[in-house]
Design a protein around this ligand. Structure first.
Ligand SMILES: Cc1cc2nc3c(=O)[nH]c(=O)nc-3n(C[C@H](O)[C@H](O)[C@H](O)COP(=O)(O)OP(=O)(O)OC[C@H]3O[C@@H](n4cnc5c(N)ncnc54)[C@H](O)[C@@H]3O)c2cc1C
Length: 288
């Protein structure tokens, strides 16, 4: 199933994002305990990250393959420019094809630990747009790309960054998944700009992170350049512990999702961090 086709259905498309588990035991827990429960929430697809935190291409493809084969859930393999020469990309595409994987999310990736700014490997690419163009010319997979409602953290001109997002669509991206955000105004401004200024017609899918605690959400947002609205921050800082903060986060994200859905978004992508509870509570509150 190609991801863009899911958004042509007349129903809300819920999707999840996983990272490849770091140990055999964590993988066992994911496949034997967490995924069977998450499957009951009816995700249309699950995307699996690549590289962030040291994951490899083999791990991402193995997890994607297992989700598709063992759970009959569509899955998307993330891939980045980090360390990727044209030969590595060609090898990746061959593996994707051999495994019958139909969807990938093509990214530049963050600079590896110890590097201040992103450096393309010799024979590789500096920007996701070039990776997308390269893949488009060689493969029939459906390609997704990342979008940043508050602008990418390295770009101090949000509009310029949005223009570059549109360029990724022109190069062949068929769906966009956004960075996490907690203020819907940012998402709607981003969506309106892409639709009206660049006639972008592909699905633009909001990424939502129901976080686990105050310090975690502060760390994540500062790393990716998203803002915590002052009112939400005040409520989080008044919480007695992380469990209380987690519940405040779930309620905030549920209100956010209800507003997004009532204003016409076709899907929600939940950064579920390989966990069940917050995702289940979020969906329960959205569907209530
Ligand atoms: C949904 C989602 C999933 C993600 N999954 C992963 C993952 O699995 N693994 C991982 O490592 N990271 C992942 N990331 C993080 C992502 O790799 C980083 O945000 C990275 O810093 C940028 O990737 P990109 O594909 O958006 O890059 P790009 O679109 O290439 O943009 C990167 C920067 O370059 C600038 N730029 C783009 N084109 C040009 C140009 N022509 N000239 C000058 N500047 C330009 C942009 O404005 C931006 O500041 C994910 C992010 C999102 C939103």
């Amino acid at each position: 199933m190609l991801i863009p086709d899911l958004y042509r259905r007349n129903q809300l498309t819920i999707s999840f994002e996983f990272f490849p588990p770091k140990t055999e035991e964590a993988e066992r827990v994911l496949f034997e305990e967490t995924l069977p429960k998450l499957k009951t929430l009816n995700p249309a697809f699950i995307s699996v990250t690549y590289g962030a935190g040291g994951g490899t291409r083999t791990q991402t493809l193995r997890i994607v393959n297992r989700i598709r084969k063992e759970f009959a859930i569509e899955a998307v393999a993330h891939f980045t420019c980090v360390g990727s020469t044209r030969q590595v990309i060609a090898d990746f595409l061959k593996e994707v094809e051999d495994l019958g994987i139909e969807n990938i999310l093509a990214l530049r990736g963050d600079p590896p630990k110890g590097q201040e700014s992103f450096q393309a490997v010799e024979g590789g690419f500096s920007y996701a747009v070039d990776l997308i163009r390269f893949i488009r010319e060689r493969s029939r997979v459906s390609i997704g790309a990342a979008g940043y409602p508050e602008g990418h953290v390295e770009c101090n001109d949000k509009i310029l960054d949005w223009d570059r997002t549109a360029a990724k669509v022109k190069a062949g991206a068929q769906f966009l998944i956004t960075q996490l955000f907690y203020d819907n105004a940012a998402f709607f401004a981003f969506e309106k700009y892409l639709r009206e200024k660049h006639q972008v017609e592909v699905p633009i899918i909001p990424g939502i992170l129901p976080f686990l605690g105050v310090e975690q959400v502060k760390r994540f947002t500062s790393m990716c350049g998203s803002k915590i609205p002052p009112d939400l921050l005040r409520r989080l800082e008044a919480c007695a512990n992380d469990e209380e903060a987690r519940q405040v986060g779930v309620s905030h994200c549920a209100a956010q999702c209800k507003d997004l859905i009532s204003r016409g978004v076709k899907g929600i992508h939940i950064y579920c961090l390989n966990r069940f509870q917050s995702t289940a509570e979020l969906l329960q509150q959205i569907r209530a």
